[in-house]
Unconditional design. Structure first.
Length: 269
């Protein structure tokens, strides 16, 4: 769908855009504005963070010859081949993401529920047919938090407040956030209070549906006797409700047993 603003179009993940030398492609996506310029011997990338009161819902791009003011910093990259294409690929966080519901959620003994969370996406700026990575930029300013029993035991994570919605239709679908269904199963004999939850974002692949929305496979967590007994399973495919999807990004990390065991120990903080 073409944007209503003259010369602007909807941006698309994993689509090669072709530039001519001297041209600049400008994007407004998430909380950033991004400029990618092609010159005879180099690529230039500029970006700035936008101060927005509300989360933007769309992604617009245009190609022209306009550059931002000189106050916007520039990154320069040698043009190693004569390819003139640039592709924007999504990526999830390289650290686990602590999901903190705005209102804690209680799961009764023997109960289960599925919550839908949206997590921040990074944009990878890639050039050429082999998708050579130039840089990657978070599409909103991420915040860091420490998750662990104390200051000595734990790990650094990104933090993401969430409404932890129980109804999929109520989840905002934005091109700069990915939707993850998280199924929580409480096999304890007492209620489970969910105040925060560590989502293993480095272990999740990204999938794009026909509506331009990003999804990850579902995650299932079972708590047997206490928090430290929790087991985590990443589903092999995305939820059927996501529609027809194609994978656009591998998980940053391979799922190995040691990594998951450590994640279990701190899953609920």
């Amino acid at each position: 769908m073409q944007s209503s603003i003259e010369g602007w179009h909807d941006g698309v993940w994993a689509k090669p855009y072709s530039l001519s030398s001297g041209q600049t492609q400008q994007h407004q996506l998430g909380h950033i504005r991004l400029w990618v310029t092609l010159l005879d011997q180099e690529w230039q990338i500029r970006s700035e963070v936008l101060e927005l009161e509300n989360d933007p819902a769309g992604w617009t791009e245009t190609i022209g010859h306009t550059l931002p003011s000189a106050t916007v910093p520039v990154q320069r990259f040698i043009r190693q081949c004569q390819s003139s294409t640039v592709t924007f690929l999504p990526a999830l966080a390289s650290l686990p993401t602590v999901i903190r519901p705005f209102q804690p959620l209680t799961i009764p003994a023997g109960g289960r529920c599925t919550i839908y969370v949206g997590t921040l996406v990074w944009v990878k700026v890639c050039v050429g047919e082999t998708h050579t990575l130039l840089t990657e930029i978070p599409l909103a300013q991420p915040s860091l938090t420490w998750l662990g029993r104390n200051t000595m035991e734990g790990e650094l994570c990104y933090a993401s407040p969430s409404f932890a919605r129980l109804v999929l239709e109520a989840v905002p679908k934005r091109p700069w956030r990915a939707v993850t269904p998280v199924t929580l199963i409480n096999r304890q004999e007492q209620p489970l209070l969910l105040e925060r939850f560590s989502l293993p974002t480095p272990l999740l692949s990204l999938h794009l549906n026909e509506r331009g929305q990003l999804w990850t496979p579902g995650v299932t967590v079972q708590v047997e006797t206490d928090m430290n007994s929790a087991s985590l399973h990443v589903e092999p495919s995305v939820l059927a409700a996501a529609g027809s999807c194609r994978q656009v990004a591998d998980a940053r990390e391979k799922m190995v047993r040691g990594r998951l065991v450590r994640a279990f120990d701190r899953m609920f903080g």
